[in-house]
Design a protein around this ligand. Structure first.
Ligand code: TRP
Length: 335
């Protein structure tokens, strides 16, 4: 029997992934690529909707993200790694899906709503409004069975499921209705300076984020300066001790220990010792990833070649779906 299909994507909107992406997504994806026919997409068309989009830095960010996927253990022999804009079917399917997406439905998507509330609807683009439909096209083109994403993306996957069901009932069974893969326990990483907010590249200060490409000395410093809580006990309690709990989560996600075992390890030892151990674990985990990324970036031609192989395979699968969609909606085939 063929393996179920997996689809996920990350925007090339910063130079480096952070520890939250790594422990919350890439570690799971690396494991899942053995059991799934996995497609990992660098969603550069989505990145164009960011207000901070910079055409000069996008190509390097795109290659950089490819290098980081590979350095984190995504294997081109097992998975399909490619760039969204290299497969035009993504935008072509987006148009078809636009025609069955409700205006109200799209208006309720939180990303557009939040940005409209903060900066005014007048200042938003149609591209940002359409962002979730492009994401639905990404997923449906590949007939994905599962879509592993963070909590912030669940609404988009819900929309994808609704569009797939609506299309199938209006035009015939064309799309697989994907399942949402809820993030695993133990992989929610918070900001080191603001341990009640998720680690995110949009954080106000860099001090709370661990970038995969930070130098080890910087990583160490950030962890030693992480906010801790009153008291001195290393104990997991998100309500009372969010800072310590976050460090425990990072530590156990990397070492594979249970929280109870980690608490026992640091009983009576104080925060300083604990933070040193967390820093050692994080540096040991990320240093090889950083080194490998920099090596891969030394040979951009080889990276581009790998991405071309991925795009070729992706385009083949996508073309099959797009043909079925065009036929289903009654577009006259070109002779
Ligand atoms: N919107 C997703 C994010 O910001 C990225 C994304 C685009 C994606 N297309 C996707 C994720 C398809 C999963 C599947 O995280």
């Amino acid at each position: 029997m063929s393996k179920p299909r997996l689809f996920s994507g990350i925007q090339p909107s910063s130079d480096s992934l952070h520890l939250g992406n790594y422990l919350g997504a890439l570690v799971q994806w690396r494991a899942m690529q053995n059991d799934y026919d996995a497609f990992f997409c660098i969603v550069d068309l989505h990145a164009l909707t960011n207000a901070a989009h910079d055409p000069k830095s996008l190509p390097a960010a795109t290659r950089g993200l490819a290098a980081q996927y590979l350095a984190c253990g995504i294997e081109p022999g097992k998975s399909t790694l490619y760039v969204q804009s290299h497969v035009p079917a993504h935008t072509e399917l987006t148009w078809i899906l636009n025609t069955i997406t409700g205006f109200g439905e799209a208006s309720r998507m939180t990303q557009f709503k939040d940005k409209s509330q903060r900066f005014g609807t007048e200042n938003q683009t149609v591209g940002l409004f359409d962002y979730p439909v492009l994401m639905a096209a990404d997923i449906l083109l590949y007939q994905a069975d599962v879509v592993p994403v963070g909590d912030d993306q669940t609404q988009h996957v819900e929309l994808t499921r609704n569009l797939a069901e609506r299309f199938n009932s209006r035009f015939g069974e064309v799309f697989t209705v994907p399942k949402l893969q809820t993030p695993e326990e133990g992989a929610r990483i918070y900001d080191l300076q603001e341990p009640t907010s998720k680690m995110s590249k949009s954080a106000a200060s860099d001090a709370g984020l661990i970038w995969l490409l930070d130098e080890p000395s910087v990583t160490r410093k950030k962890i030693m300066r992480a906010v801790t809580d009153t008291g001195s006990e290393v104990r997991f309690d998100r309500g009372e001790k969010p800072g310590v709990s976050n460090l425990l989560e990072i530590y156990t996600a990397i070492t594979g220990q249970t929280v109870a075992a980690a608490e026992a390890e640091f009983a009576g030892r104080g925060y300083g010792d604990f933070k040193r151990a967390v820093a050692d674990a994080v540096v040991a985990e990320l240093e090889p990833v950083r080194t490998r990324t920099l090596e891969l970036l030394d040979d951009p031609a080889e990276l581009d070649r790998l991405l071309a192989v991925g795009a070729e395979h992706a385009a083949e699968v996508a073309a099959g779906t797009l043909k079925a969609v065009y036929d289903a909606v009654g577009l006259l085939p070109r002779r």
